[in-house]
Design a protein around this ligand. Structure first.
Ligand code: ASP
Ligand code: MG
Length: 423
């Protein structure tokens, strides 16, 4: 069993869907496939905007946006099915009727809570999976398309729900595995799930990679392949760096580090479940399947050339400098208090450095959590906060990177990593 994930860009128009169908077909000769699909192109953004327009009570703009999303999807259907579209049209029209109902509710109540967010954005993946699965069926494949909301179970933290592994794995065994008796390929929606109370939840933006890894560990798949529009994982962001190289192989831990420090190529939560199950992940290019891509596995590190410096950037960081008011040393009790507060409010820490009478914390800027942390610590500590900073991380750094460190607020060298916080 192989698991594959196709992102929104890979199905952005009718030709792109045909290309995905061809890739799927070429693998079906060797193996059964579970395919995870994201919403088509930027549909999730468009659905978010739709709901916000409704929340702003802008009725005209709401329905214009609604039509735009609807026409876009029906345009792709037309391009794929021509006159043969009755079945898919009916199902897709049903989804749009539901989206319309949710919009009317938001307009009426002038409310857009996160549980409604999850309900509405889920349609991106429901639409794409419906279109892709029906197209594969038209191409003659035996295909099933169950609903990920009934399989992946989470807590009720809407928009960034946490997976309940025992229930999810049981559902994969009971509801997904049997489908392979009569199907060659099972298409699942990425990103979407439901809580134990049966409410729709989502796993966080760009979470379809994570969905693929959830299914892969549940099925004990041979591998996961994430199809992208780039040649593989690069050592830097080609939009910023003049020269980048493709990394052939990475270890799980290197991949986790890269995503933690800001590489956006795969969702940060993707690696853990497959690493624990020892399942390799391949990043490949859907535009040119002959390219070798990047493999992430236990052995990756051994193959990886150690002299390639990997550069990643994490934006939207804050730097907190915390000092005890009574001038006591930054020792166990003080550190303990600070971290108890960090854990309580859920600050996303990127980097820590302690000196005699101060502790510096670089963290992802979420105004609400940072202010709550401040209010808990304010009685005993002086806190200075600098906002809108960038954390640059260089893995396997060399002299060139070290010499290039310019004006910065905090520099840390840890093993083969150089971390620089600056404005
Ligand atoms: N469609 C969702 C998003 O755009 C999930 C994904 O693409 O992975 O965030
Ligand atoms: Mg997407």
């Amino acid at each position: 069993m192989l698991v594959m994930k196709f992102g929104g860009a890979s199905v952005k128009d009718a030709d792109a869907v045909r290309n995905v169908s061809q890739i799927i077909g070429s693998y079906l000769e060797e193996s059964k496939l579970l395919v995870v699909i994201s919403a088509i192109d930027k549909t999730t953004n468009h659905l978010e905007r739709l709901a916000w327009l409704a929340k702003d009570a802008d009725e005209k703009a709401t329905w214009t946006q609604f039509e735009k999303i609807r026409n876009f999807h029906f345009g792709i259907i037309e391009g794929l099915f021509g006159a043969d579209a009755e079945g898919v049209n009916q199902k897709v029209a049903g989804y749009f009727a539901e989206i319309e109902r949710i919009c009317r509710g938001i307009l009426l109540l002038n409310e857009f809570p996160l549980r409604t967010y999850d309900r509405i954005v889920a349609f991106g993946e429901l639409l794409s999976s419906c279109i892709l699965s029906q197209f594969l069926a038209k191409e003659g494949y035996a295909v099933a398309c169950p609903d990920s909301r009934e399989i992946i179970k989470t807590d009720a933290s809407h928009s960034h729900a946490k997976v309940i592994w025992s229930l999810t794995n049981q559902n994969i065994q009971d509801l997904v595995v049997p489908l392979f008796q009569s199907s060659q390929v099972v298409i699942m929606q990425g990103f979407i799930a439901s809580s134990t109370e049966g409410k729709v939840t989502t796993l966080g933006r760009e979470g379809s990679d994570y969905s693929a890894s959830i299914f892969a560990q549940g099925l004990n798949a041979k591998s996961v392949t994430v199809w992208k529009d780039v040649a593989g994982i690069l050592n830097g962001d080609p939009r910023i760096e003049a020269e980048t190289v493709k990394l052939d192989a990475l270890s799980y831990s290197r991949a986790v580090e890269m995503t933690f420090y800001g590489a956006s190529v795969i969702h940060p939560k993707t690696i853990k479940p497959i690493r624990n199950a020892g399942i390799p992940l391949y990043v490949k290019c859907f535009k040119d399947t002959s390219l070798t891509g990047t493999s992430i596995s236990k052995e990756g590190e051994l193959k990886q050339s150690n002299d390639v410096c990997i550069r990643v950037k994490k934006k939207n960081q804050a730097l907190l400098t915390i000092q005890p008011k009574d001038f006591s040393f930054m020792e166990g009790p003080q550190i303990n208090r600070i971290f108890a507060a960090v854990a309580k409010v859920g600050v996303e820490v990127s980097l820590v450095q302690a000196t005699a009478i101060s502790l510096m914390l670089c963290a992802t800027m979420q105004e609400a959590t940072i202010s709550e942390l401040e209010s808990i610590l304010l009685d005993d500590f002086n806190i200075e906060i600098k906002r809108e900073l960038v954390l640059n991380t260089y893995i396997n750094y060399g002299e060139a990177e070290w010499n290039a460190v310019g004006e910065s607020l905090l520099v840390q060298r840890a093993g083969n990593k150089l971390l620089v916080v600056s404005e």
